[in-house]
Ligand binder design. Structure first.
Ligand SMILES: [Zn+2]
Length: 255
């Protein structure tokens, strides 16, 4: 049994679930996890429940093989291997988001049109987003889900060192070096997909160059907390770790 997740990290993960649900990155399906900051081979994720309904009591630890680390575990997400295998392959990844959001689906389904950064807020995409083809690993009769370590490892290999991997006919998986960065990237991956589809209807888009994208992404990374403060607004006050600028001013300072 590993020690409980520190209260602040637990609050961050619960809030991430609620933000992703409110902003349409996930619905009844999809999930977000956090690598244990003290035990790099373990990660934390909710039991099998819609992310918008996740509370602190739903979050449980998993080992490096994506097995729940509690006695008599509740039902857990079938696709937890996405998380475990990405953490195994990529030591810098601290958080993983898995989404089935509709705007990203066309870019996994149409091989001739890769998802690319069409606006600065998605600069982190840098260039063409890789696409995971489950048929290459599970044949033509799978149910499309990443249900075991083998498929999770194949997905992690396709992701490589990129921030996002599309999954043909299924969705996308997005990673970050913090929960906040993974959530930020997930939100703007969906926005970019929506905008790119709009642009493609007008004509051939003029995409960001890799250099423009890299610079924009680096700049945006400095302001992730600003977005988080807005998106977390309205979440349970006792759960949300707000930046210092959002703390109530002492009475004397209000005058
Ligand atoms: Zn899925």
């Amino acid at each position: 049994m590993i020690p409980p997740l520190p209260k602040e990290e637990l609050a961050e993960l619960v809030t991430a679930n609620h933000i992703l649900s409110r902003l349409g990155v996930v619905d009844a399906f999809g999930h977000v996890s956090l690598r244990d900051p003290r035990h790099a081979h373990h990660f934390w994720m909710s039991r099998r429940v819609a992310p918008g309904l996740v509370g602190p009591e739903d979050v449980l630890p998993f080992d490096g093989d994506s097995n729940p680390l509690v006695a008599d575990p509740p039902p857990v997400y079938a696709e937890r291997f996405i998380h475990g295998e990405i953490y195994r392959r990529s030591p810098a990844v601290m958080s993983v988001v898995h989404s089935h959001a509709p705007p990203i689906i066309p870019f996994g389904a149409v091989p001739s049109v890769p998802l690319r950064p069409v606006f600065h807020m998605a600069g982190f995409l840098i260039t063409n987003v890789p696409v995971f083809e489950i048929r290459d690993h599970a044949g033509t009769a799978s149910d499309m889900l990443v249900r075991d370590r083998k498929l999770g490892a194949a997905l992690a290999d396709t992701l490589g060192d990129m921030p996002v991997v599309l999954m043909r006919g299924h969705g996308a998986t997005i990673v970050g070096c913090s929960v906040r960065q993974a959530v930020f990237r997930a939100v703007y991956t969906i926005s970019n997909a929506t905008l790119q589809s709009e642009a493609l209807r007008l004509g051939p888009p003029n995409y960001l160059t890799p250099e423009e994208a890299r610079n924009a992404g680096a700049g945006n990374d400095k302001h992730i907390d600003r977005a988080w403060a807005l998106w977390a607004c309205g979440d349970n006050e006792s759960l949300v770790a707000k930046p210092s600028s959002h703390k109530k001013l002492p009475r004397s300072a209000k005058q």
